[in-house]
Design a protein around this ligand. Structure first.
Ligand code: LLP
Length: 463
C-alpha cells in the first residue's frame, strides 16, 4: 500500500456492524453517524444529549417481520397468530400507534401501560393485561375497557377477576376473556432476573403437581369468564430458538390434558416473548422467519401426534421489535486516564447520562458497544470504560471497550440497541432528567417523548 493509501486507511471510519445498529444508520466519510438521513451532530444540536434516537422505519419493519413471518409459517396449519407488542420494552402513544398500524396488538402489564395504549386509540379488544399483582382498579379498568384478555397469574386472582366481572355485570353471554399464565419449568435467557418460567419466582402457576391444570379448570367453573387459553413466557433475551420449541410442546400437552380432564379444548396458546437481539457485534440475533417456521413445524408435529387441532397462537415480542431501533447519543465530558491494579491504564470516558437512562449494565451485567459519532477518531485505540455522571461507582455504561485514543470532551458517543428497557426503565436517580425519545424517519425528526425538565421534577415535590 502506498504511503497515501496507508494514511487514508488510518483515517477511514470503521464500518458499522449492521446487525447492531438501526437499519437507517450510515457513517459518512468523515465519520459522522447519521440516522434516517440526519447527522447525529444535527440531532444533538437540535434536541440536546443524552437522547434516545429511534428509527421509526426500523420499528415498523421489525413489527411487520413478526406479523408476516408468523402468519406465513402458520397459515398452512390452518391457524392464525396474533402478535402482541410487549409494551414494557418501550411504550409511548406514538409507538403504540405504529404497532397497531403494522397489525400488532399491545401487551400491557400495569394500569399505566394500559392507559398509554388506550390513549393511543388501541381498541380494548386488541390489548392484553398481565401482571403478577394487579390491583382491583387495574382489573376493573381492564374489564371496563373490554381488553381482549386478562392474563391471570394466581389462584386468588381468578376469584378476583371473576368477582370484578360479576360486579361489571358480565355473565355467560358476555364473559370476560382470560388466559392463565403457566410456568413450565423451562427457562432461558441472559440473566436470572430476566428468566421468568422456572419455579422459584413470582410469576404464573406451575405445571407441577397439576396446579396449572387446576387453575384452568377453576376458570372453567366461572361462567362470567371465558377461558381463551394458557399463557407462558420463558424468559428474555433468549438466543436459543430450541427453548421456545420445547416450551410449545409442553403447552400443547397441557392443552390436551385439560381437554381429557374436562372436554374443553382451549382455542389459543400464548407463547410469550423473549426473542434475543444483538447488543454487541459478536452476538447473533434470533432469525425471526426461521424461528416462526421451526415453531410452526413443532406445533404441527405435536398436534398430529396428539391427534388434535392446531390452536390459535399468540406471541409477545418486545425487545426483538424495539431493541435495535434506538441509539442513545451522549456527549463526552471528563476523560480521565486511571492507572489500575495491574499498573495498566484505563481511560474513563464520562458521558452526560448513565445508569438513569440505561440501568441494564448495573442490573444484569448487560454488555453494549459504542462508537465515536461526530468524527473519525484516531486509528489508535485505548482500553476505555464508558461511565455515567451519577454518584455511584457502578454507574457504568460499557465496562470494557476500545475507543479512539483521541476521544475528547465534546465528542458524541453513540450506544446502539438501547430501544428496549432503556427509556422504559429510566429513573430520576440523582434528579437527573430523563432524556427525550426522538423518532427519525426519512430525513425528519420528531420528539415523541420530550425531555424531562426541572419543573417536571419539582411538580411532584410539594415542599
Ligand atoms: N411477555 C411477558 C409476559 C413478559 O414478561 C415479557 C418480558 C415479555 C412478553 C417481553 O419480553 P421480550 O420480548 O422483550 O424479551 N428488563 C429486562 C427484561 C424483562 C422482561 C420481562 N418480561 C431487560 O432489560 O432485559
Amino acid at each position: 500500500m502506498s504511503a497515501a493509501g496507508a494514511a487514508q486507511a488510518q483515517t477511514a471510519p470503521a464500518p458499522l456492524e449492521a446487525h447492531v445498529w438501526p437499519l437507517s444508520a450510515t457513517v459518512s466519510d468523515d465519520g459522522v453517524l447519521s440516522l434516517a438521513g440526519i447527522d447525529v451532530t444535527t440531532l444533538a444540536e437540535d434536541f440536546g444529549t443524552p437522547a434516545y434516537i429511534l428509527d421509526e422505519g426500523h420499528f415498523r419493519a421489525r413489527a411487520r417481520l413478526f406479523v408476516e413471518s408468523f402468519t406465513q409459517a402458520f397459515a398452512p396449519l390452518g391457524t392464525s397468530v396474533d402478535v402482541y407488542y410487549a409494551g414494557k420494552s418501550f411504550l409511548s402513544v406514538a409507538v403504540a400507534k405504529w404497532a397497531r398500524e403494522e397489525g400488532l396488538r399491545v401487551d400491557t402489564c400495569t394500569g399505566g401501560e394500559l392507559a398509554v395504549a388506550l390513549r393511543a386509540g388501541v381498541p380494548g379488544a386488541e390489548i392484553g393485561l398481565h401482571g403478577n399483582n394487579k390491583s382491583d382498579s387495574e382489573i376493573a379498568r381492564a374489564i371496563e375497557a373490554r381488553v381482549g384478555r386478562i392474563v391471570v397469574d394466581s389462584f386468588a386472582e381468578i376469584e378476583r377477576v371473576a368477582a370484578a366481572a360479576r360486579a361489571a355485570g358480565r355473565t355467560a353471554t358476555d364473559p370476560v376473556p382470560v388466559m392463565v399464565r403457566v410456568t413450565t419449568g423451562i427457562h432461558a435467557g441472559g440473566h436470572e432476573f430476566i428468566s421468568t418460567a422456572h419455579e422459584d419466582q413470582k410469576f404464573g402457576i406451575s405445571l407441577a403437581g397439576g396446579q396449572a391444570l387446576a387453575a384452568l379448570t377453576a376458570v372453567l367453573g366461572h361462567p362470567e369468564l371465558e377461558l381463551l387459553g394458557a399463557h407462558t413466557h420463558i424468559g428474555s433475551q433468549i438466543q436459543d430458538a430450541e427453548a421456545f420449541e420445547v416450551n410449545a410442546r409442553t403447552m400443547l400437552g397441557l392443552r390436551e390434558d385439560l381437554h381429557a380432564a374436562t372436554g374443553y379444548l382451549m382455542p389459543e396458546l400464548d407463547l410469550g416473548g423473549g426473542y434475543g437481539i444483538a447488543y454487541t457485534p459478536d452476538e447473533t440475533p434470533i432469525d425471526v422467519p426461521s424461528l416462526a417456521r421451526d415453531l410452526a413445524g413443532v406445533i404441527a408435529d405435536v398436534c398430529t401426534e396428539l391427534g388434535t387441532t392446531v390452536p390459535r397462537i399468540s406471541i409477545e415480542p418486545g425487545r426483538a421489535i424495539v431493541g435495535s431501533t434506538t441509539v442513545t447519543v451522549y456527549t463526552v465530558g471528563v476523560v480521565k486516564p486511571v492507572t489500575i491494579d495491574d499498573g495498566s491504564v484505563r481511560l474513563y470516558v464520562s458521558v452526560d447520562g448513565g445508569m438513569s437512562d440505561n440501568i441494564r449494565p448495573a442490573l444484569y451485567d448487560a454488555r453494549y458497544t459504542a462508537r465515536l459519532a461526530n468524527r473519525t477518531g484516531s486509528a489508535q485505540t485505548v482500553r476505555a470504560r464508558v461511565v455515567g455522571k451519577h454518584c455511584e461507582s457502578g454507574d457504568i455504561v460499557i465496562s470494557d471497550i476500545a475507543l479512539p485514543a483521541d476521544i475528547a470532551p465534546g465528542d458524541l458517543l453513540a450506544v446502539p440497541a438501547t430501544g428496549a428497557y432503556g427509556r422504559s426503565m429510566a429513573s430520576n436517580y440523582n434528579h437527573v432528567l430523563r432524556p427525550p425519545v426522538v423518532a427519525v424517519d426519512a430525513g425528519q425528526a420528531r420528539v415523541i417523548v420530550r425531555r424531562e425538565t426541572e419543573d417536571d421534577l419539582l411538580a411532584l415535590d410539594l415542599g
